[in-house]
Design a protein around this ligand. Structure first.
Ligand code: HEC
Ligand code: HEC
Length: 222
């Protein structure tokens, strides 16, 4: 492991511990969360729904995602560590309790029939992608099948929409623009090692894998 990576790992452990400590303070309630998602389903409750900012891509699948990661992302949009206008507007209106409840709700949504995922990815990467995965040590944090991250505040990425994964990876390279991008010490250090063409290849492969995250179609009139 090179020096950059070991620094990133030390940081990851420190940040992971902080996130867990925070999560313990506010306990999420699935039932309460169900009553708080009316403003989410217009985008995250429609399969294939597309965002046109900063380019056209499908909004992320969040049903079945780890609660700790959903909460971390929502806090990130609220605080501006993740810069995205609509998600900022949505997340600043939520209390810490709302975020915990909504995260607990989405984490279990659509998981009654969740597949037991294999320990290894459901498809072999090409030689090119295998080299990129190794360079970025992706499995060391996201899990050998990209669906079992080492910390609950880290995302499952197997089977996520590939076009969204590409947008997310590029966002981590942009940490000095007030309107767009993500400031994340861990993924920033990783994403900056790759060209956009390489990030697109990584996103295409990871998005093609079997995973348990999904979009569950939900009606506004429940
Ligand atoms: C207007 C459409 C829209 C609405 C409404 C909306 N979202 Fe989002 N959401 C998006 C888009 C687009 C992204 C991707 C943003 C980015 O690139 O960072 C996103 C990102 C997210 C993420 C990060 C996912 C990941 O994999 O990192 C979470 C979590 C999330 N939204 C939860 C919610 C919740 C909970 C609500 C309701 C309280 C909500 N969103 C409302 C469009 C929306
Ligand atoms: C040291 C641990 C670590 C390594 C190594 C790592 N990641 Fe991550 N990754 C994370 C964390 C933590 C996050 C969440 C960051 C945040 O909150 O925005 C993340 C987020 C992501 C996201 C955003 C997912 C979403 O839903 O928005 C993608 C895509 C991603 N990683 C892909 C990769 C790829 C591809 C590699 C290898 C090239 C990699 N990661 C290597 C820890 C890691």
């Amino acid at each position: 492991m090179n020096k950059t990576l070991s620094t990133i790992f030390a940081l990851a452990v420190a940040l992971g511990t902080a996130a867990v400590a925070q999560a313990q303070e506010v306990r999420g309630d699935v039932k309460a969360g169900e009553g708080k998602i009316a403003m989410c389903i217009g985008c995250h409750g429609i399969a294939g729904y597309q965002s046109s900012f900063p380019e056209v891509y499908k909004v992320p699948k969040i049903a079945g995602q780890n609660a700790g990661y959903i909460a971390a992302a929502l806090h990130g949009y609220a605080k501006g560590e993740r810069r995205f206008p609509t998600m900022h507007a949505v997340s600043v209106s939520l209390s810490d309790q709302d975020i915990a409840d909504i995260s607990a709700y989405y984490a279990q949504l659509g998981q009654a029939d969740a597949k037991a995922l294999p320990e290894a990815p459901s498809r072999e990467p090409s030689t090119e992608v295998a080299a990129l995965l190794q360079k970025g040590a992706c499995v060391s944090c996201h899990g050998a099948n990209f669906a079992k991250p080492i910390d609950p505040s880290y995302p499952q990425i197997a089977g996520q929409n590939a076009d969204y994964l590409f947008v997310a990876l590029k966002a981590y390279k942009t940490d000095n623009n007030p309107h767009i991008g993500r400031s994340n010490a861990i993924m920033g250090g990783i994403a900056k090692q790759f060209t956009n063409k390489e990030l697109k290849a990584l996103a295409g492969y990871i998005g093609s894998l079997d995973g348990n995250i999904k979009t569950v179609a939900e009606s506004r009139f429940r």
